[in-house]
Ligand binder design. Structure first.
Ligand SMILES: Cc1cc2nc3c(=O)[nH]c(=O)nc-3n(C[C@H](O)[C@H](O)[C@H](O)COP(=O)(O)OP(=O)(O)OC[C@H]3O[C@@H](n4cnc5c(N)ncnc54)[C@H](O)[C@@H]3O)c2cc1C
Length: 416
């Protein structure tokens, strides 16, 4: 049985892993089953499950980097971000920005508008400048410039991405600084910090009154020794602290205060792709909404109040980032910067009530959800949020006229 990373999605459908384009065409030619492409299975939403077959593209033999010139590379769509980062670094190039992890495939990351953080840094999808895909009717299509905004964030609904051309930047080093700050300071200073730093983000730690801020800035300095990665240990302590709350109300705050006291300030330099992404050892489920920047502060206050009043068992940190605007038709960042607020619950906890309440706050503040993270949008919601939905529908009708990629869950959003 196929399962996604967190285990919240599963499927009994057969997983097919063609090795050549011809084999892929044969799978497409076999009628009557909805096919859903899979990358690294790191989405929380039913993007891969719900079809008759899952298409694993990892065996298709394409070189990681096909061509590269300064500022531009053509790469395998199904390569993992860490392999691509290493291969681009060997050519003196790199991604402009990356998210928290780098195990996703490029096609998977772009298809859901995966992002990192940085006021002037767009999502990974916005870096796509060209693409080759196998359409629903089995044709190899080189995507025309006017269709690119549809394919950049395509949710695996337009065809099987095989090659992607993207913007790159000269390889660079980043200085990473990490520190603990009170909530109030983080909220007051967030917009100033986004202006001051290339990349800035923070994590609010529920029930502690504090959070951890992280900045990344370009430096000419050589890499230094990274500190031990204690994130997984920190999460274990937060989990234990939450359990202690049931024994004594003050115990959780006490343990969190001690933990934050022990968290020293980090300051080190590394190659950008090694510094930006790390591993996530503890399983969780996540909802993330992208909000107009001016509503970020009241939304964060509402979420903290919600946890304190109605969901005291939530202990996972709340992540806050910012991403530059772009022009992709289904991009949550279309036409302007957005501040992203992500709420998480430990993999073993029931997330439905908390996420339901958070979504009401996010929606009333004009948020658009991350396509790969839990949300409950339906067709009518998309019509309100995405002015270019009609263009996407028309492109999908052209590239997948027989709905080969349209599972029932996706039809609820994408059948006009
Ligand atoms: C631990 C963790 C950390 C994360 N951190 C971040 C983060 O920092 N920032 C962020 O924005 N998101 C983050 N995410 C979300 C994640 O980046 C997205 O859900 C992303 O889409 C996952 O990529 P994937 O390769 O696993 O693709 P999958 O989840 O397997 O698939 C995603 C979509 O891509 C489609 N697809 C895959 N391959 C192809 C192809 N060849 N052609 C056409 N369509 C294809 C699939 O059909 C599906 O619609 C995180 C998720 C997890 C679990």
């Amino acid at each position: 049985m196929w399962r996604n990373w967190s285990g919240c999605e599963s499927s009994e459908a057969a997983v097919v892993a063609p090795r050549t384009i011809e084999q892929l065409r044969e799978v497409l030619a076999a009628p009557d089953k909805v096919l859903r492409p899979v990358g690294a299975g790191h989405s929380f939403t039913p993007l891969v499950s719900g079809g008759g077959r899952i298409l694993d593209l990892s065996q298709i033999n394409t070189p990681t980097v096909l061509t590269s010139a300064p500022g531009r590379a053509r790469v395998s769509a199904n390569a993992r971000l860490h392999d691509l980062s290493a291969a681009l670094q060997a050519k003196g190039q790199g991604f402009r920005n990356l998210g928290d992890i780098n195990v996703q495939t490029l096609a998977g990351a772009m298809s859901t508008a995966t992002h990192g953080t940085g006021r002037d840094l767009p999502s990974i999808a916005a870096e796509m400048t060209g693409a080759r895909l196998l359409s629903g009717s089995g044709e190899l299509v080189e995507i025309a410039a006017e269709d690119l905004p549809g394919v950049q964030v395509g949710l695996g609904l337009l065809g099987i991405l095989l090659e992607i051309e993207l913007n790159t930047v000269p390889a660079f080093n980043l200085r990473r600084r990490v520190g603990v700050r009170p909530f109030e300071v983080l909220l007051e200073q967030m917009h100033g910090n986004w202006s001051a730093h290339r990349c800035f983000e923070f994590f609010l730690l529920p029930h502690s009154g504090k959070g951890v801020q992280i900045s990344h800035d370009v430096t000419e300095a050589a890499p230094s020794k990274p500190p031990l990665d204690l994130d997984a240990l920190g999460l274990q302590v937060m989990k234990v602290a939450s359990a202690l709350r049931h024994l004594h109300p003050k115990a959780q705050r006490g343990v969190l205060a001690l933990m934050l006291k022990l968290q020293g300030e980090e300051d080190y330099v590394g190659e950008s792709w090694r510094v930006l992404s790390s591993t996530r050892a503890m399983r969780f489920n996540e909802m993330e909404y992208h909000l107009p920047p001016d509503v970020a502060e009241p939304v964060l206050r509402d979420i903290i109040a919600l946890i304190e009043r109605r969901h005291p068992d939530v202990w996972f940190p709340i992540e806050v980032r910012q991403t530059a605007g772009d022009t992709a038709w289904l991009s949550p960042f279309q036409h302007g910067r957005r501040v992203s607020v992500a709420v998480h619950m430990h993999g073993g906890q029931d997330y439905t009530g908390f996420f339901h309440d958070c979504e009401a706050i996010f929606r009333s503040a004009g948020g658009r959800p991350h396509w790969g993270k839990l949300h409950s949008l339906q067709r009518r919601d998309l019509e309100d949020l995405y002015p270019d939905l009609g263009k996407f529908d028309a492109l999908r009708a052209r590239l997948d006229p027989k709905d080969r990629f349209l599972s029932p869950a996706l039809a609820r959003m994408f059948r006009p």
